[in-house]
Design a protein around this ligand. Structure first.
Ligand code: PMP
Length: 362
């Protein structure tokens, strides 16, 4: 028996075991080809089927119609921070940003290098402990787009509604909560997400873009940076990250088998509730970082009475086979990431550990 950790890593993160087993099984001889998927041409029929199936699975899971193109790109979500303004923000227009954390601020900084990007709402003054309520920000109807981050991986906050941007295209960095709950894609102009939390391994970024927005990509943009060019070539303009896309195909297939995003959401809600209940019932020993209405179902962040105890918590938990619980270096504290592949059993084990830890140190 291989010993597998209970994995609460923030990304790259836990992947479904049946998917990893299938990868292992298919590795040396993919579908009778006598080679692995890593070794064959991305122009051949075998790879092309995998590629198109990954797109089709995503379409099915997200109920996403052909008004949208689904792209596979390299460079991580961070590259999208620049590609969004490069493609969608023309000279003389302004982009609006809601910044609710480290990654949203990074997106805004990159956009400002390329054009006129304005912050219309920020949670910085309260250390990014919440997302705005729906009527707390105003979007200029002439804005080129409104950008926000649906789930703040580091701070542990999450939007529980889709912001209303009127006719302004809504752009969302959904890296850390895509495929964790049902989604009305038709509300968005563009969604992007690195795969390495809920969709697969690092190395591929999924971009879902409303086709009319492809017309904004200027023809003089370098081809690899142009959404229009990538979409026209079905993400096969150059050699795509074939192995990562193959794994996205397997993970999305697995999620469909699990009953799709509604049942995934129900399971994620149970997991998060278990953890928040233990925090709230700890008489202040564990203190949640996010305001209750903004709490993330994906990344649960909390503090202990002292930094010394937090260090101990991380050491002792990892000795018990619970890994990835250290908070991001920019904020400290503890963070448990509960992506789709983290099981209820994993969370129960963490909760038991937390009760025991409090008993010993509280
Ligand atoms: N946005 C969010 C919400 C993230 O959580 C991360 C990574 N943790 C990024 C962007 C950056 O992603 P990448 O490392 O793929 O560039």
């Amino acid at each position: 028996m291989i010993k597998r950790m209970r994995n609460f890593n923030p990304g790259p993160a836990a992947l479904p075991l049946p998917v990893l087993e299938q990868v292992q099984e298919e590795l040396l001889d993919f579908e009778g080809s006598g080679m692995s998927i890593l070794e064959m041409s991305h122009r051949g029929g075998t790879y092309e089927r995998v590629h198109n199936e990954a797109v089709a699975n995503l379409r099915k899971l997200l109920d996403c119609d052909e008004d949208y193109a689904i792209l596979f790109m390299g460079g991580g979500a961070s590259t999208q921070f620049a590609l969004v303004p490069m493609n969608l923000l023309s000279q003389g227009s302004q982009a609006a940003y809601i910044t609710t954390g480290y990654w949203g601020e990074a997106a805004l900084r990159e956009a400002r290098k390329l054009g006129d990007a304005r912050e219309i709402w920020s949670s910085a003054s309260t250390k990014h402990d919440r997302t705005p309520v729906p009527d707390e920000f105003r979007v200029d109807p002439k804005a080129a787009y409104l950008h926000y981050t649906s789930n703040n991986t580091i701070e542990g906050t999450q939007f529980h509604y889709v912001p209303n941007s009127g006719n302004v295209p809504l752009i969302c960095d959904m890296s850390s909560d895509i495929l964790s709950r049902p989604l009305d894609v038709s509300r968005f102009g563009l969604i992007y997400a690195g795969a390495q939390k809920n969709m697969g391994p690092a190395g591929v970024t999924v971009v879902i873009i409303r086709r009319d927005l492809l017309e904004r990509s200027r023809p003089d943009l370098p081809s690899m940076l142009s959404y229009a060019r990538i979409a026209k070539e079905n993400s096969l303009l150059n050699t795509p990250p074939v192995f990562a896309i193959y794994m996205v195909k397997l993970v999305t297939h697995y999620l469909l088998d699990q009953g799709g995003l509604k049942s995934i959401q129900a399971c994620n809600a149970r997991k998060a509730k278990l953890l928040y209940d233990i925090i709230d019932g700890s008489n202040g020993f564990y203190r949640g970082c996010a305001q209750p209405d903004s709490r993330s179902q994906m990344n649960v962040t909390f503090r202990l009475p002292t930094e010394e105890l937090e260090k101990r918590f991380v050491t002792e938990s990892s000795e018990s086979g619970l890994i990835g619980l250290k908070g991001h270096r920019s904020v400290g504290g503890i963070r448990a990431s509960l992506y789709n592949a983290v099981s209820l059993e994993d969370v129960r084990t963490l909760v038991d550990f937390m009760e025991d830890f409090q008993e010993r140190h509280g």
